[in-house]
Design a protein around this ligand. Structure first.
Ligand code: 6LW
Length: 500
């Protein structure tokens, strides 16, 4: 089969995958955004459809005090005895927990907490035992991949936490997953940090407790030596086997812009790379240990078409699937209609570590045309390209003394400015338009008779390299209001991507 990476575009980091029957299920991190832990399904590992989230109730996840890039870190999804489990860390409260469901399309349980520290928890089931792995420090203060056994019904630890592998010496050993393949136990992890030095390493042993022997040619997968290549940062992955017995690794990576002083602003995305087992039981991955954009290999999934949704509107998306809020929203401020969105702004602006009135979609590709018709009575409402509270570009309508104005605001760290301020007379039919390209966003307003150009802003200031953090740009519709709490009205939202 021939397919193109990434297989899920936009900020969907730290993927984990499991297979039940003929269907693959995938989860990823969501940090400060709510609902938490996006959940996807696929029949071919390439075409993924979001079917919901694991953390949909505010009682399941405390995010109100979460810093940006805090909150929900790398999850793991597993299936055992008819039940799905998803385990993750709330990095802000520093708690590891899991939730479960017997219906993948339904609600998940309340959290069960596990008293083992570190991040990136994972589960491995065998017979009646449940092994719980994370990366951190064990009960003796030794750091590495830490393991204990738990009672899966309660989350209670049944053994002490013990370090079972310390990796190959790369910094930030993380994202451990255990598998039993041909009577051997494999421990796959990430090292190098989730930036340009990222990599996947592994070890194997005769028992789930170790000792584990490192693969002699680690890292088994990394793009760290492909200077200037668009796909970078590959790491943090989870193995899965298809029906023909082929192995794959679903992992994260990002697409960089620029060759020398490269950066990325779309966040970490989901990649698929084939894995090949040799007779001695060690495996290799990808093309000479790297992940290129295309793979063309014989597999279970020949004769399929890689489908990509190119246009996102209110009508063809579901509010509770692709859309997300910043932290825990006050539902009263949102009226989610079929083809109209109403947002009631509050005093909380996008610059704060709280929950501004905001609902957004991940930016999935470099080139896009985003537009929306917006009307207000007072306050401010518009579109934001949001990386975090200190890095966002806003195009909005605002009430001012004597009338209304359109503003383009660029927030870059300590520099916060309204670059353009244009008074308008008739606010009955105003569309805000943003054209996204690799290196710049261009801003326009469409009034009844004219389209006005409000200039550009560089994508790089919203990148992880400038803004920091583990997220990517989200295209948000937002409102804020210092006085009367009226609703702003959004219609005809469109985000069209130009790729392939
Ligand atoms: C996550 C860690 C990582 O917990 O990034 O790429 C962290 N790897 O495993 C945050 O997403």
């Amino acid at each position: 089969m021939k397919y193109k990476n990434p297989v899920i575009k936009g900020f969907y980091p730290d993927p984990s995958v499991c297979k039940v029957g003929d269907t693959y299920y995938l989860v990823c991190s969501s940090m400060q955004y709510f609902p938490g832990v996006p959940l996807f399904e696929s029949k071919d590992l390439v075409n993924w459809k979001q079917i919901g989230h694991c953390l949909t109730r505010k009682s399941q996840i405390k995010l109100d005090k979460s810093n940006s890039s805090g909150g929900v870190f790398a999850p793991t999804i597993r299936y055992n005895n008819g039940r799905f489990y998803m385990t993750t860390t709330n990095a802000t409260t520093q708690q590891n927990f899991y939730v479960w469901t017997d219906d993948i399309y339904g609600e998940w349980s309340d959290p069960l907490f596990v008293n083992q520290g570190g991040i990136d928890p994972s589960l491995y089931f065998e017979d009646n035992n449940t092994y719980f792995m994370s990366n951190g420090e064990d009960d003796n203060g030794i750091s590495g991949i830490v393991q204990c056994e738990i009672d899966i019904a309660t989350g209670k630890k049944l053994t002490s936490s013990r370090t079972i592998w310390q990796g190959t010496g790369g910094r930030f050993l993380e994202g451990p997953h255990m598998y039993k393949i041909n009577e051997m136990y494999y421990l796959v992890a990430a090292e190098g940090g989730t930036e340009f030095g990222h990599m996947i390493t592994y070890a194997r042993g005769d028992s789930p407790y170790g000792p584990f022997k490192s693969y002699p040619y680690n890292p088994v997968l990394t793009n760290r030596n492909l200077g200037g290549y668009e796909i970078q940062g590959v790491g943090h992955g989870d193995l899965v086997q298809d029906d023909k017995g082929n192995w794959w690794i679903i992992h994260l990576g990002f697409r960089q812009i620029g060759q020398w002083l490269a950066y990325h602003h779309l966040g970490r995305e989901v990649f698929l790379t084939p894995v090949f087992f040799a007779e001695d039981g060690w495996f290799t991955a990808g093309y000479k240990g790297t992940t290129p954009q295309y793979f063309d290999i014989p597999s279970t999934f020949d004769n399929f078409i890689q489908y990509e949704k190119k246009c996102y509107t209110f009508e063809n998306t579901e509010w509770d699937k692709e859309w997300c809020y910043i932290r825990l929203p006050n539902d009263e401020n949102y009226i989610l209609g079929e083809n109209v969105l109403k947002l009631r702004g509050t005093k909380i602006t996008l610059d704060e570590l709280e929950s501004p009135t905001f609902i957004g979609l991940r930016q999935k590709d470099f080139k896009a045309a985003i537009s929306c018709n917006v009307s207000i009575l007072d306050g401010e409402a518009g579109i934001t390209l949001y990386m975090d509270e200190n890095h966002h570009y806003d195009l909005a309508l605002r009430k001012c003394t004597g009338g209304y104005e359109v503003i383009k605001r660029l927030n870059i760290g300590d520099i916060k400015s309204v670059e353009e301020q244009l008074e308008i007379k008739n606010i009955n039919n105003v569309s805000l338009i943003i054209q996204a390209d690799h290196e710049a966003y261009s801003f326009f307003i469409q009034l009844e008779k004219e389209k006005i150009n409000l200039g550009t802003a560089q994508t790089k200031y919203l990148s992880s390299e400038i803004a920091g953090g583990f997220t990517g740009v989200i295209i948000g519709l937002y409102a804020s209001n210092q006085g009367n709490y009226t609703y702003a009205c959004f219609k005809d939202f469109k985000c069209n991507y130009f790729s392939f």
